[in-house]
Design a protein around this ligand. Structure first.
Ligand SMILES: [Zn+2]
Length: 276
């Protein structure tokens, strides 16, 4: 599933591919976008920059227009040369941005809007917490925002995008294993040192997954994500998706349970991450 690292890789790839270029054609099946395009055409605008904020991808066009997309579970951006065959079916196409040399296609993107920079300030982007993949990331601010979510389980606090931006369900479990914190502990039960360690591990894990993989044309999600530093593809992650398998540190079978208001799967080692 796309998390902050995926979106940052997508933004870097799109920036290199279409940043600074002029839109030669725009197409979408989303009425919300085509309405704006009819009034204020995208064609002829320059793509000023592409950036990620948490799990949101922003494409800035000249003349004060921003395309905000959010991938949720299945969305992705692909880039192709003109005439190159798409690797997803046409029915999944949502947005096409063409320049003279590149076609950028958004597939199955469930959230998309074309807005002014002023309207962006009213969007969810404005309420995001510090982004571990941003150069402006503040470790102390992230700890404080987590600390303020006293009544939440720490695993749910990590998914709260207004606390820290970009963490999804995979990093949630991986980070808590890395910090040896029980996912069901209330934030109020954790020490400042534990929260500091959780933020440090988050930054380490997420930053290790951006940069290197951003060379290919197609930007998909998660396939190469790893937190263990091991090259073996079957040993990429510590606990996520490993229910019943032995803990890589102590051999205890990894536990799995649905957690929080959205019943998201949580994986943890009951021994390394003992409660209390
Ligand atoms: Zn263990």
């Amino acid at each position: 599933m796309p998390e902050g690292d995926t979106i940052h890789r997508a933004a870097d790839t799109l920036q290199r591919a279409i940043g600074g270029q002029v839109v030669t054609r725009f197409e979408s099946v989303l009425p919300k976008l085509t309405r704006v395009d009819a009034d204020a055409p995208l064609r002829g605008r320059t793509i000023e920059r592409v950036e990620a904020r948490g799990k949101h991808l922003l494409i800035w066009f000249s003349g004060d227009l921003v395309l905000r997309t959010h991938m949720r579970m299945n969305g992705s951006w692909h880039i192709y040369r003109p005439g190159e065959r798409w690797q997803r079916p046409h029915r999944d196409m949502r947005i096409v941005i063409e320049t003279a040399t590149i076609h950028a296609i958004a597939f199955s993107v469930p959230v998309a809007e074309l807005i002014t920079s002023r309207a962006l300030q009213q969007s969810p982007v404005e309420h995001l917490g510090p982004d571990p993949l941003s150069e402006r990331f503040s470790h102390d601010a992230a700890v404080q925002r987590l600390e303020a979510r006293t009544d939440l389980d720490i695993a749910d606090a990590l998914l709260d995008q207004t606390a820290i931006a970009g963490i999804g369900n995979v990093y949630k479990s991986e980070v808590l294993f890395g910090a040896r914190v029980n996912p069901f502990a209330k934030v109020s039960e954790l020490t400042r040192e534990q929260l500091t360690e959780i933020v440090a591990v988050t930054v380490r894990f997420m930053r290790a997954n951006v940069g290197a993989a951003a060379t290919g044309g197609i930007v998909t999600y998660g396939g190469m994500r790893r937190t263990t530093n091991r090259a073996d593809p079957s040993a990429r992650l510590w606990v996520y998706g490993r229910g019943g398998q032995p803990c890589r540190r102590c051999g205890t079978p990894i536990s799995r349970q649905k957690q929080g208001p959205f019943a998201r799967s949580t994986y943890w080692c009951p021994r390394c991450q003992r409660a209390g």
